[in-house]
Structures are given as structure tokens and as C-alpha cells.
Design a protein around this ligand. Sequence first.
Ligand code: GDP
Length: 297
Amino acid sequence: MFENLSERLSGVFDKLTKQGALSEDDVKTALREVRTALLEADVSLPVARDFVAAVQAKATGQAVTKSITPGQQVVKIVHDELQRVLTGDEDPGALKIDNPPAPILMVGLQGSGKTTTTAKLAKRLKEREGKKVLMASLDTNRPAAMEQLAILGMQIGVDTLPIVKGETPVQIAKRAKVQASLGGYDVYMLDTAGRLHIDAELIAQAAAVRDVANPRETLLVVDGLTGQDAVNVAQEFDDKIGVTGVVLTRMDGDGRGGAALSMRAITGKPIRFVGLGEKMDAIETFEPSRIAGRILG
Ligand code: GDP
């Protein structure tokens, strides 16, 4: 599906290139194709519409530059506009972790990559910023998830809060805070329980943990391959819990980044990191230009 987007765009722009001049009709025809292609790439209708309108306004009436072909010129305008929509004001990789111990709340649906991302970020904070990090799993429904975090912690050399049976997520969050303070940790990461769908209990639990932990960052982890669903999930989490940023996982997959464009445009929340594989180093700071390039193909 996403392949079509880049193929279609290059097809359209090839045609433009051959014509050698950029007329208003050419731009219109090309942008109709861009709009269709964006929709097929799971970018939502209002986002695609706004996007095309912005490109139209920029492209029409722009003098055709001699040094590049009209096709390249439209590609550049589309690229710049993609980048503009995707770019936030702040450095996406700069987590707010002053005032130790700083709590980071990790939320998301089960299977989104939340636990993996928690460990990846902990490793990054430890290695790149020299931070002492404590991780705690709050997934009291799934003992396997708690074990998984402990195993990842051992792999990357990051401490995890010892598992105590019978505690509620709020009790675990409180214990993590005490342990983080006593142990001189810079950061403690709370990996909340995920479910297959957003339900009242999931939200109530995450909200209760948020209220006791008062997190500096609340990062929502979403599967970047789920397109529009990822955006709906983000919207709902943000409405009900409030998030400070999004981590898009599985960006090593086939997705072309349509979800990233809608995510930024609809939720207004910055994408902070992208997950690029299962390995503990497979995470990068979100880079708008790279995603713009991917969307264009
Ligand atoms: P959780 O249920 O949200 O905590 O999900 P997990 O962290 O257990 O991840 C579910 C699966 O997705 C695991 O097999 C991870 O290795 C895998 N995974 C997580 N992030 C990525 C990613 O960025 N790319 C790929 N390819 N796999 C990922």
C-alpha cells in the first residue's frame, strides 16, 4: 500500500519533468494524485486535504527555476511541506529529566512495543547521558510482562524494581519512587499495563498511576504500522491521560510514514522517537526530514 505512494508520486513527477514547465493545471493534476496517494497511505482525509492545499498555495505562481526541473521543484515543495508539518518546536530527543529522580510514564496498547521501548530508552539514557535509571513494570495482570522487563534490564545493565506479588500498579509506582530516591537514581521509568484495546480500566489505571507519579514525561508507544488506528489510539490516550510525546515503533517495517504525518497533524503531539527493530539499540530520535523522504519514497 505504501509502495504505491512513492511509485505514484514518482510517476506523476516524471510526467511533469518531461513537460518541462510548471503550469497551474500541472500542479493541480499532480496534487490530485498526491492527495489520493496520501489517502491510500492511510493519511486521514482532513490531513491530506490541508496538506495538498498548503502545497498548492506554495507551488502555484512559483517561478520555474532553471537549475531544477519542474518535477523536482514540486517534489521539493512537497518535501518541505511534509517536513514543516512533522517538525515541532522542541528537540524530540531531549527528555525532561532534571530534578532527579524524574519519573517517565510509558503508556500504550499491548503489543505496541512498550516494554521493549522502555528498555531501549533506559539504555540510551544510561549510555548517552550517563544517567542512573530504574525501570518498573506495573503490569500486574501479566506476570510474563514483568519478567520480560527484568530480563531486558539484565541484558542492558539497567536495574529493575524487584517484583512483589499482590501489589497494585499504584503501590508499585509509589515503591519505585521511594526506591529511586533512596537509590540515587536520576530517572525511573514506569512501564504501565497494556491491553489489546483502550478500555475504561486501562485508562483508569494509567490515570491513577499518573496522579501518584506526576511524571515529567508521558510517552505513548504506538505501532507505526497501524496507520490511522495509531492516530486514533494517540488521540484517545492524549484526551484521557495527556501525553508529552509519541514513540512510533516498527518503523523498520513496510510503512512509509503516513501515520507520522497524521499523528502530528491531528494530535498535535510531537513524535519523539522511532523504533527500528527488536534490538536494544534499534531506536532513534525522530527526524522529520527522514520521514518526509520515506513518505515521498
Ligand atoms: P508491549 O506489549 O507493548 O510491551 O510490546 P513488547 O515490547 O513486548 O513488543 C512486542 C514485540 O514487538 C516484541 O517482539 C518486540 O521485539 C517487537 N518490537 C518492539 N519494537 C519494535 C520495533 O521498533 N521494530 C520491530 N520490528 N519490532 C519491535
